[in-house]
Write a protein of this length. Structure first.
Length: 256
């Protein structure tokens, strides 16, 4: 739906466009599933649909409307937590042609709700890594039992990794989930190597204490990294546009 409103006092034309559809955007999934994305929708002037009038700059441009809302978007999604929409007015670059057109860019900041991945994916490798530490409770002279236990846990983790691979994004780089999975796999492999080469009970006890410290420290570091990345990304997105004053008033009236 398009609505035009001529404003003689300011010499401008109010233009309201209602769009509904599915939009695709490029995402950086290095921090998946703790990522924050800035999904953008660009609307560019061109030629008038019926008359064919050229709407290029400086003949036509876009201005901020002081009386009406400049962005009203509704977003509903089970996996994403949407923050207030931002927008900015810009122009096309010479790379898009020698004629410059005005452009409206809506920026939709989204935080992924990672609770599903925490409850169904992250917890399993962590529990398997903890279970591999159970070999320290088996007598040192029972090498066969200890090695069999660790090898079985390792194979279970590999099978689990392949089973959940269809639920994860296929990207050519490591995501945060890939790093955690690799940490658990290396931890179990490390347990296996300790069991193979360590013969004395006292030395093994020291390795057990060291393993607990590494496990706790790694998870604390993992949590700090997650919070730091989210805060950094939200700060970056805040510089990508402005929140419409009408939208800000609406959110404040609703206690958001």
């Amino acid at each position: 739906m398009r609505v035009y409103e001529r404003r003689l006092k300011t010499g401008t034309v109010g233009f309201r466009l209602t769009m509904q559809g599915t939009f695709k955007c490029v995402q950086n999934l290095v921090c998946f599933p703790f990522d924050v994305q800035a999904m953008t929708i660009e609307i560019q002037l061109g030629r008038e649909l019926h008359s064919g009038v050229d709407l290029s700059v400086p003949n036509f441009t876009l201005l901020h409307d002081r009386n009406e809302a400049n962005s009203i978007l509704m977003q509903v999604d089970a996996e994403w937590n949407h923050r207030p929409v931002r927008y900015r007015l810009s122009r096309t670059t010479p790379l898009k042609g020698h004629v410059v057109f005005a452009k409206y860019v809506a920026v939709i900041p989204c935080e992924r709700d990672f609770r599903f991945y925490n409850n169904n994916i992250f917890i399993i490798p962590g529990m398997l890594l903890l279970m591999s530490g159970g070999v320290f409770g088996i007598p040192v002279n029972e090498k066969g039992t200890r090695l069999t236990l660790i090898a079985t846990i390792f194979l279970v983790l590999i099978a689990y990794k392949f089973s959940v691979s269809g639920m994860l994004p296929r990207v050519p780089y490591y995501t945060e989930l890939d790093r955690y999975m690799m940490f658990c796999m290396l931890g179990i492999f490390f347990m296996y190597m300790i069991d193979v080469f360590v013969r004395e009970r006292e030395v093994e006890r020291l390795w057990a204490y060291a393993s607990v410290v590494v496990f706790v420290a790694a998870h604390v570091l993992f949590e700090c990294r997650k919070r730091g990345v989210r805060a950094k990304e939200l700060t970056r997105i805040a510089c990508m546009g402005r929140i419409d004053p009408r939208l800000r008033e609406l959110l404040e009236s609703q206690g958001c």
